[in-house]
Structure formats: structure tokens, C-alpha cells
Design a protein around this ligand. Structure first.
Ligand SMILES: [Zn+2]
Length: 342
């Protein structure tokens, strides 16, 4: 049972209460006015904050910056939270010429190349540290050449540059290997890509710098050109082998010491230096040329003991000729037996 003091007399506090109530309501009114003002003051700030968080939630917007400082950050950079709401803005791609924050530099470059795979950001960072990729090589590969990358496992990364896919594999021994996608070549020289890879045997240093250079500068078009050129050469070689030519003819002249010849030379007298290098002494006779034709019929005689060397030099004359010239030369030589002038 609660104790009640026996001599308790009820006092009248009503006037005090009224006084208190009026003071309270006055302060209450003042407080409401202050709050309203504060609210009005804070309203644009709240709007800016709302805009900021909706931008941060937008998966397409990858980078944040302060409109005052114009330094680009990855959206996950610690420094982003220090950007005041009023100055905060975001972009989808790396704006040309904007300074990139040194703290999150590699994250900025990686995010540019990984599509929606941002949850593996740390795995990408670890991989590039492991293969000792420099910032400038990463910038060239991921920003300038717009490579896209895909993390396969702790030691393998797939890198796509233009149409080609590559795999960079970090080996236990510490070295890195580069693989290139397999493909069929179709009749029109386009490619049908397969899902596997072959090792790209790289000459020279086998580091990330060299590999990224190879990936950035690989050109299928150039590859096609060199294949076509090789095919053309093979075709011409085959034609050359199939049609041996005779660029000289021995003349039936009775001579004890000399063999008499007529042969086809270019107007620049290509045979001279070849004969000289073999030490063949030649007595020159007449020379015939048709206007507008760059070949010459040249008469000459050589000592019989030097005849073999002479014929070797004439063989070398046709062998050394570039293929394109050779075919024309061969055509000209075919007219030999019937058109000997003189
Ligand atoms: Zn940053």
C-alpha cells in the first residue's frame, strides 16, 4: 500500500499551470517557425541528395565527380562521399580530358571494360596487379582500344579487342601466356570464330606491355593482305617452275676458242655485273632493241673454257629477277627461236 502523508493539503497551482502553458505554446510556435525556415533552407539540399542517390543507383552511371573540382572517380571510390550533394554529378563514360582520381584510377579503367560485372572489381584489380599491368598500358587497352574484359578465374582473363578474343593466363611459375581465339577462314576471307584458343607464340618480351601491344595492333585485314600476297607469290612461283625458259641461244659459228651466243637482257644490261662477278670475259657484239620494249637481244662471244660460267650467270639473271618482271621477261624469251634479228 502506498504511503500518503497525513497532513497533505492540496495546493492551487492553476495559475502557474496557465503561465507555463502560455510560455510553452509561445516557444512551441517559435520552434515551428524555426523548423519551417530550416526545412525551406534544407529543401534544395534534400532534392540534391535525392538526385544524388538516384544517380548512384543507376547502373549505367559509372563515374562520379564534383562539378567544382572536375576530378573523375569510380562510383565506389571512398572519396566520392566527400563530394557535397550540390556539386555532385555522374557520367556513363570517361569524359575526354577530365583528370582521373589517382586513388581509384585503375577502378575507373576497369569499370569501363567490365559491363555489369562490377561485383568482381577486386578480382580484376588483383589480376592486373598480378600480371604487373601498368596504368598507361591499361589506359591504352581499356580506354583507347575499348577492350572488354571478362574474369574467368583467378589466373585467367578473357580480353576482347575489336573482333578478336584473347586469354591472358598467369602461370604458377610467374610467367604470363597469351592465347588467341581459334577460327575458320571462310571463302571471302571472313572468319568463323570458335570457342577455344591457341597459344600465341610471342617473340620478344613476354610481359603485359608487349601483350597489350599485340592485342591492340592485331589486324585481321593486314593478316588477309599478307595471306593473299603469299598466295599470289606461290601461284607465280608455280607458274615459273612449270614454264622454264631459255634466255639464250648458242649460235652455230665455227670457232676454235670462242662460243658465240645471243641472249635476252634488260635495257639496263643486268647481265654485265653478273658476268663480271663470275670473272667471265665477254666480247660484245651487236645489240637489238625494238622501240618501247625494255628488253634487248645482245650478241656476244666468250672463251670456251668460261662457257659454263657464262651460262650460270645467264641463269642467275632470270633467277634473280623479281617475279612480276620475270613473267614479262619469260614471255619475251618465248619469241626467241623465230625472231632472231640479223
Ligand atoms: Zn577516386
Amino acid at each position: 500500500m502506498p504511503k500518503v502523508p497525513r497532513n497533505y493539503t492540496r495546493k492551487d497551482y492553476s495559475s502557474l499551470l496557465t503561465e507555463l502553458q502560455s510560455t510553452y505554446s509561445a516557444s512551441q510556435a517559435r520552434k515551428t517557425i524555426d523548423d519551417d525556415a530550416k526545412k525551406r533552407e534544407q529543401e534544395p539540399l534534400t532534392a540534391a541528395r535525392r538526385l544524388r542517390s538516384s544517380k548512384m543507383d543507376n547502373r549505367r552511371l559509372k563515374y562520379a565527380y564534383s562539378k567544382r573540382q572536375m576530378v573523375l572517380h569510380d562510383k565506389a571510390c571512398d572519396l566520392v562521399r566527400y563530394i557535397p550533394d550540390m556539386d555532385f554529378d555522374m557520367v556513363e563514360t570517361i569524359p575526354k580530358g577530365m583528370t582521373i582520381c589517382q586513388k581509384c584510377y585503375r577502378m575507373v579503367l576497369i569499370r569501363n571494360a567490365i559491363g555489369d560485372d562490377a561485383k568482381k572489381m577486386n578480382a580484376y584489380l588483383r589480376f592486373f596487379d598480378m600480371v604487373e599491368a601498368s596504368n598507361s598500358d591499361l589506359y591504352t587497352l581499356l580506354v583507347e582500344y575499348r577492350a572488354s574484359i571478362h574474369w574467368e578465374n583467378s589466373y585467367t582473363l578473357t580480353i576482347k579487342v575489336n573482333d578478336d578474343r584473347w586469354q591472358l593466363v598467369h602461370m604458377e611459375r610467374g610467367e604470363n601466356l597469351l592465347y588467341h581465339n581459334n577460327y575458320y577462314i571462310l571463302d571471302d576471307y571472313s572468319r568463323h570464330f570458335l570457342n577455344d584458343y591457341h597459344e600465341q607464340h610471342v617473340n620478344g618480351t613476354q610481359d603485359f606491355h608487349h601483350y597489350s601491344y599485340i592485342m591492340c595492333h592485331y589486324s585481321w585485314e593486314e593478316h588477309v593482305e599478307s595471306m593473299k600476297e603469299k598466295a599470289r607469290k606461290q601461284e607465280e612461283e608455280a607458274r615459273r617452275a612449270a614454264e622454264p625458259i631459255r634466255n639464250c641461244m648458242k649460235l652455230k659459228k665455227l670457232s676454235l676458242f670462242y662460243a658465240h651466243y645471243i641472249f635476252v637482257d634488260k635495257e639496263e644490261h643486268l647481265a654485265d655485273s653478273l658476268l663480271l662477278s663470275k670473272g667471265v670475259e665477254v666480247r660484245w657484239g651487236k645489240e637489238f632493241a625494238k622501240p618501247g620494249v625494255s628488253y634487248r637481244f645482245r650478241f656476244c662471244k666468250v672463251r670456251k673454257r668460261q662457257e659454263a660460267l657464262f651460262l650460270e650467270a645467264l641463269q642467275k639473271l632470270q633467277d634473280d629477277m623479281p617475279l612480276s618482271q620475270y613473267l614479262e621477261y619469260a614471255q619475251f624469251c618465248k619469241t626467241f627461236p623465230t625472231t632472231i634479228p640479223g
